[in-house]
Design a protein around this ligand. Structure first.
Ligand code: ZN
Length: 335
């Protein structure tokens, strides 16, 4: 089933959040962390290989060692999504400094930087995002289109969220990134809210993770790392899908919950105040939602969706790419 939301309505939700949460970026690495980083991993230790190009738009710098055709397709997708999410979610998509994106053509090219940034045991990681000194960086593997769009859209959503409001809970960041990871353009419309393929199997096999546990997970939790991170992502995704699309009777409650958490209220108090129920009771509601015969998707029409210009990629020295990549090492967190 598909329906159209008028744009002003769909922006109200995110405006609520920004009013409650928005604050300046403060997550800067400490001097000690920076010094440690410099000692631990000199930039020249990382060989990024050759054949790099650079594509610059007003809001993006894309370094890529993929074929120009692939690079231009990725830049076009990112620009369309950036524009669309600005309207849909009210995210701040115009940035004072561009987001820098590194596209590695295939797993063999991506593996050395993934190992350096998040560890050699994290072979399941296909992209990661980090912010450093108010700038945003995404590294991603291009796998020739099989799951590539999912990675592109997931990671760029992280940078758009972070550009709008810092310090949001991990389940929100990953749930929203997954929600928009299925972003699809059909003519002058975009469609969001489709089911990420991997989650059907995850939810059927493992069920949902208890919400109370979802809320407690941070970047160091075992449930966030490794090949078994699926239930956390899948549950965060369905929780966000339900609140963004499936539960109009709960409009505004998510923004209230986030604002209460931001005000350091305990989870129990914040949840009861915002949703009028406990996480355990809400879990039943969510499971009913999973078991609906069909989940809704949302489409929006933008007359100027395809009116974007994509620059031709320009060859650059790998040394420039290496310097640009330095902020991603090694304090970058996989997301
Ligand atoms: Zn993520």
């Amino acid at each position: 089933m598909e329906f159209e939301l008028p744009l002003p309505d769909s922006c109200a939700f995110a405006s609520d959040i920004r009013a409650g949460i928005m604050r300046p970026m403060t997550r800067l690495p400490s001097l000690a962390t920076l010094l440690l980083a410099l000692l631990a991993l000199p930039a020249h230790a990382l060989d990024l290989g050759g054949n790099w190009t650079k594509s610059e738009t007003r809001n993006l710098i894309v370094y890529s060692n993929a074929h120009d055709f692939t690079t231009k397709a990725i830049v076009a997708k990112l620009e369309r999504m950036r524009g669309a999410l600005g309207h849909i979610m009210g995210l701040r998509t115009e940035s004072a400094v561009p987001t820098t994106i590194f596209v590695f053509d295939g797993e063999p090219a991506f593996a050395p930087v993934r190992n350096a940034a998040v560890g050699s045991h994290r072979t399941e990681v296909v992209g990661f995002f980090t912010s450093s000194e108010g700038r945003f960086f995404v590294a991603m593997e291009n796998d020739g289109g099989a799951g590539g769009d999912h990675v592109v859209f997931h990671e760029i959503t992280h940078s758009l969220i972070e550009n709008t409001a810092a310090g949001l809970p991990l389940w929100y960041q990953e749930g929203v990134a997954e929600f928009y990871s299925t972003f699809t353009v059909k003519g002058k419309s975009v469609v969001v809210g489709s089911i990420p393929k991997a989650f059907v199997d995850t939810i059927l096999e493992t069920g949902l993770m208890p919400l109370r546990r979802v809320f407690a997970i941070d970047t160091r939790s075992p449930e966030y790392n490794g090949a078994h991170a699926g239930p956390f992502y899948a549950t965060s995704w369905i929780f966000m899908h339900y609140l963004l699309v499936g539960a109009p009777q709960r409009a505004g409650q998510l923004a209230t919950y986030l604002a209460l958490l931001d005000a350091k209220k305990p989870v129990d108090v914040a949840f009861q105040t915002a949703f009028g129920t406990t996480p355990e009771q809400f879990q039943g509601e969510l499971w009913s939602y999973v078991n609906r015969p069909k989940l809704q998707v949302v489409s929006y029409t933008f007359p100027d969706l395809n009116a974007i210009s994509v620059p031709a990629p320009v060859p650059v020295e790998s040394a420039e790419v290496g310097r640009a990549f330095e902020p991603m090492l090694p304090q970058a967190a996989a997301k």
